[in-house]
Design a protein around this ligand. Sequence first.
Ligand code: DGL
Length: 272
Amino acid sequence: MDTRPVGVFDSGLGGLTAIRSLRRILRGEDLIYFGDTARVPYGGRSKETILQYARQDIKFLREFHPKAIVIACGTVSTTSLKELRAENPDLPIIGVTDPVCARAADVTKNKRVGVIATSASIRSGAYEAALKNLDGEIQIFSKACPLFVPLVENGRFRRGDIVIETIAREYLTPLIHAGIDTLILGCTHYPLLSEVLRDICGAGVELVSAGEESAYALKRLLKSRDTLGDPDHNGVTGFYVSDRTEDFENIASVFLGENIHHTARRVDIEKI
Ligand code: DGL
């Protein structure tokens, strides 16, 4: 048994979709969440900047002596995972790309898979490479959705919101016309848009989410290293952000279905 916490980070709120799954799938684990809300979005930035931010995020999480790190951010996973693993050989690090691609390859029947993610993730080609590696017959239809993260961070993700619905329809229409039966939500912010995306895609398209699949991957990893926490413990989550805590707490409370007001702490990530 290993009672050290698991560190989880994202550029902002998106990683909460992984936190929600982790809490369900690994109840006994303590989690430390860091959302880099002062520097979100990462998805339009260069690889060098994303890597530099991710290094600071991991350095901060290392202060808690984690037994593993989940990069609950598609953008960091697709652009920087290799470097971050090489720089932290003592710390198991899980990204979201491989787990969600494995699930999509399993789910698709017509082998036409859509991928929506940030510009940096789509540019990296990581989702395409992972899917092709799993099944060379899969046809991939990708679309960068740069407006989704800022809208989600501003609370504009609900069904009936004309702004998000209009933009989502524009992004998704080419993928629907391509006949996809599976859609990878390749950015961890996107499950907050599930209702809107589902309405547009219809019942014939299965949505698979990067955050959720990474929780299963972490469970397998902890099991294989014999480092699962105490199953009788009720895991707790510590929340840290790099900007105002109030905005984060408001949306996180709604999303997690739990009042987390006055619990998040602010970190000066540039000074880490
Ligand atoms: N949740 C991040 C991801 O999964 C959002 C990236 C961003 O900040 O643009 O890609």
